[in-house]
Design a protein around this ligand. Structure first.
Ligand SMILES: O=C(CO)COP(=O)(O)O
Length: 202
């Protein structure tokens, strides 16, 4: 978790004190990043261990968002890790329109389809509020890998910590593609145009 946090930070997936990470330990407790910590400067001994009910077992006080991490674990036994980032492109996308939506990114690559598929946008909630977890759990209980919190950022799950981290990166890259393609105002060729082009072969 310490090295992956540093990797996220160094590659610009998060900055300052934004974001939080967690994973399920073999004994069923949850290892989480402490509140106020920078993902690029995590200290192994300071990481929080909490029970599934949120009681602190060891380390520093857990992230103020640990409640939604726990709601996610309780909603779906297949989830073993949760990554929450304030990554640039997804946070930008989360800030365009606040109304709840079933999906805010269309797929551009098969990898996105395999890892994420659909990205629901949830309404804005104050960070740390109890309501967030219940709203996220409505989706994770149905097998959704990720949701986007309005004016905040993505919450991504995985079968293990590496899987959740890779899912989060794929999602951010897809958001980047969306802005690149839409920013260029790309219009792909229609079928008649493709045919016209293929007629240009000598
Ligand atoms: O990303 C954050 C809130 O959404 C940071 O909060 P924490 O430092 O408590 O984890």
């Amino acid at each position: 978790m310490v090295s992956q946090g540093l990797s996220f930070f160094q590659r610009g997936y998060t900055c300052g004190g934004g974001g939080n990470l967690s994973l399920k330990l073999p004994d069923g407790n949850i290892l989480a990043t402490p509140t106020g910590s920078c993902l690029g400067r995590l200290v192994e001994d300071e990481l929080s261990v909490v029970t599934l009910n949120g009681e602190l077992v060891s380390g520093k006080k857990a992230s103020k968002e640990v409640g939604f991490h726990l709601d996610i674990y309780r909603s779906n036994a297949a989830v073993n890790a949760v990554v929450h980032l304030h990554s640039t492109y997804l946070t930008a996308l989360s800030s365009i329109d606040h109304s709840e939506k079933e999906n805010v990114i269309e797929a551009f690559t098969p990898y996105y389809v395999m890892r994420i598929g659909k990205l629901p946008l949830l309404p804005y909630f104050r960070p740390g509020s109890n309501e967030i977890g219940k709203e996220i759990a409505k989706y994770t209980s149905q097998g959704y890998t990720a949701v986007l919190l309005a004016n905040h950022g993505p919450v991504v799950t995985g079968t293990d910590f590496i899987n959740a981290s890779d899912n989060a990166e794929e999602l951010e890259e897809t958001a980047k593609l969306k802005f690149l393609l839409e920013g260029m105002n790309v219009r792909f060729l229609t079928e008649p145009e493709k045919e016209a082009l293929s007629g240009m072969k000598s």
